[in-house]
Design a protein around this ligand. Structure first.
Ligand SMILES: [Zn+2]
Ligand SMILES: [Zn+2]
Length: 254
C-alpha cells in the first residue's frame, strides 16, 4: 500500500510540474507572441521566406516532448528541494527586501553566459546533428519553436536551472517569475517581427541587448548571435551580426 501511495504521489508531482512548465514556459509566452505576430504590421516582418507547411505542428510536438522531459528533470529538483539540498527558501522574511531583484539579475547574467557557451558548443560539427539540428529546422522561426529541441538539447537547456536552484538563494516564486521572463524573451526572439525600435541599435546601453532580428539572424544564418539577452559575448568573440546583416546564406534557403 505504501508503494502504491508513493507512486501516486510521484505521478501527481509529475502532472503538476508538467502543467506548470507547459503554461509558464510554453503556452503563455508562445501564445502572447503569436498574438504579436498577428497584430504586427507586415513591414516589421524580418524574413521574406514563408513559414513552411507543417512547421508549427512539428514545433509544437517537439516542444511538448521537451516539456515532458523537463517535468521529469524537475521531479529530481523537487526531491532535492524537499530534502533541503537546494538554495531555494520559501520564507520571504529570510531575505532582505532587495534580494529578489538581485537574485533575478544574477539569474539573467548567469543564464546569458551559460547559454552563449553551451549554444556555441552545440554548433560544433560533431554534436550539432544530434543535439541542436531540430531547433534549426525552423529557418523562419515562430514562437512555437521555443522548446523545439532534440532530446539531448534538453540537458543543457535544463542544466542552467539546476545551477540556479543549487547556487542562487531565491524564493521559489522568484524562480517561477524568472522562468516566465526567460520564456517571454525567448518567444520574442522567435516571433519573426522586429518589434524593438531601431533606436536600440545606437542607444548607449540598449545596444548591448538583443533585438528580435539578432536571434532571427541566428536561425537564418546559423553562424552568429548565439546569446540570449545580451550581445556582449557575441561582440567579444566576434560572432555578433547587427540588424543590417544579410538575413540568410543562400545555401540555407528553405
Ligand atoms: Zn543555434
Ligand atoms: Zn532559436
Amino acid at each position: 500500500m505504501d508503494t502504491l501511495r508513493a507512486v501516486t504521489d510521484l505521478l501527481i508531482d509529475y502532472a503538476v510540474l508538467f502543467a506548470a512548465i507547459l503554461v509558464i514556459a510554453y503556452l503563455l509566452p508562445a501564445g502572447a507572441f503569436q498574438l504579436v505576430m498577428r497584430l504586427a504590421p507586415p513591414a516589421s516582418r524580418i524574413q521574406s521566406r514563408p513559414i513552411r507547411p507543417g512547421q508549427v505542428r512539428r514545433e509544437v510536438l517537439l516542444s511538448l516532448r521537451a516539456v515532458a522531459i523537463f517535468a521529469l528533470y524537475g521531479l529530481g529538483l523537487l526531491m532535492a528541494y524537499r530534502a533541503g539540498w537546494t538554495a531555494l527558501d520559501p520564507d520571504w522574511a529570510a531575505w532582505p527586501w532587495w534580494w529578489p531583484a538581485v537574485g533575478f539579475l544574477a539569474a539573467i547574467l548567469m543564464h546569458d553566459t551559460w547559454f552563449y557557451w553551451v549554444h556555441r558548443a552545440m554548433h560544433l560539427k560533431r554534436v550539432f546533428g544530434w543535439m541542436h539540428a531540430q531547433h534549426h529546422r525552423s529557418v523562419t522561426p515562430t514562437p512555437w519553436s521555443i522548446l523545439a529541441f532534440d532530446v539531448a538539447e534538453t540537458i543543457p537547456q535544463f542544466g542552467i536551472f539546476v545551477v540556479l536552484v543549487m547556487l542562487v538563494p531565491m524564493h521559489p516564486a522568484v524562480l517561477g517569475a524568472y522562468l516566465l521572463f526567460d520564456s517571454m524573451v525567448n518567444a520574442a526572439g522567435h516571433c519573426g517581427h522586429e518589434i524593438i525600435p531601431d533606436h536600440q541599435r545606437t542607444h548607449w546601453l540598449l545596444r548591448y541587448t538583443n533585438a528580435v532580428t539578432h536571434h532571427d539572424l541566428h536561425h537564418s544564418r546559423f553562424d552568429c548571435n548565439y546569446a540570449q539577452y545580451f550581445n556582449i559575448w557575441d561582440r567579444v568573440c566576434g560572432t555578433f551580426r547587427d540588424r543590417d546583416a544579410p538575413p540568410a546564406r543562400p545555401d540555407r534557403a528553405a
